[in-house]
Unconditional design. Structure first.
Length: 273
């Protein structure tokens, strides 16, 4: 079970949801976790975002499985802050072997007060935040010369265009999740000579607070033609965070040692429709 013993994992969006699940399961396998999260509300996001209390709960749950964890409140949109977080991780546990660029927002809502502001916040969080994360940490991984693995959280929407309605939230989300695929391919080409693997994962809807809230339900209710396209071919409404984590484990463990530059769906067939 200690397949990641001695490894260091840097995880963004670690306060709850997929990020927390990743942290717990990597720690269960021996990795030391450095988890960051904004722990604050972005004004254009219509649902309650993670808090410092949520991040503290991640610490509690990682420690409950015997894991080591340090956390920091960081906004992935802030490149200087990400540079400092990368240095703090290296001084606390060592240069990361694993980077999970997981932080993101999904701000769809029935009525947007400022569509452009929503679009910009979505792009800067979901796309610029991934660039900040990987580009802040990768040079130290190269210098260490021991390889590694980067997994970027995209979405099933990062492979298709279903669900678009011209709004800042829906189009910004889809654009950002397509954008990180481009980043992945570029990073994979850059880092492959250093034995650092880079891949994206593409979940369908996941049972997390980012999806399960009244504003998302209101958006779907207001757009029944979109809602009709959002079901999964497999007979499930959503996947669970652990389903995504298991895909992450495949990519970061020995099983994925020669896997790089791929888009891995965990989507119950959503992208086959």
């Amino acid at each position: 079970m200690n397949s990641l013993e001695g490894k260091v994992a840097f995880i963004t969006g670690a306060a709850r949801g997929q990020g927390r699940c990743h942290a717990i399961e990597l720690a269960r396998r021996g990795a030391s976790i450095y988890g960051v999260d904004i722990c604050a509300q972005i004004e254009t996001v219509p649902y309650a975002m993670g808090t410092s209390e949520d991040l503290a709960q991640t610490v509690t749950e990682v420690e409950a499985v015997g894991g080591k964890i340090a956390t920091e409140i960081v906004d992935v949109r802030d490149r200087k802050a990400m540079d400092e977080a990368a240095r703090s991780c290296a001084s606390t546990f060592g240069v990361p072997d694993i980077v999970l660029a997981n932080a993101g927002i999904s701000p769809q809502r029935a009525e947007e007060p400022d569509a452009q502001a929503v679009f910009i916040d979505t792009i800067t969080t979901n796309l610029t935040g991934v660039w900040n994360t990987v580009s802040a940490i990768a040079p130290a991984m190269i210098d260490r010369a021991e390889g590694g693995a980067v997994v970027i959280t995209s979405s099933a929407q990062g492979l298709i265009g279903r669900g678009g309605d011209g709004s800042g939230g829906a189009t910004g989300y889809t654009a950002s999740k397509h954008g990180v695929v481009g980043l992945m391919h570029s990073f994979a080409a850059w880092l492959a000579p250093h034995s650092i693997r880079v891949n994206t994962i593409h979940p369908t809807g996941v049972r997390t607070p980012m999806v399960l809230h009244a504003e998302m339900a209101g958006w779907l209710e207001a757009n029944p033609e979109i809602a009709a396209t959002m079901g999964n071919p497999m007979p499930i409404e959503m996947v669970d965070p652990i389903d995504v984590t298991r895909a992450v484990l495949y990519l970061v463990e020995e099983s994925g040692r020669f896997v790089t530059g791929i888009t891995l769906p965990v989507d119950a067939g959503f992208t086959t429709k």
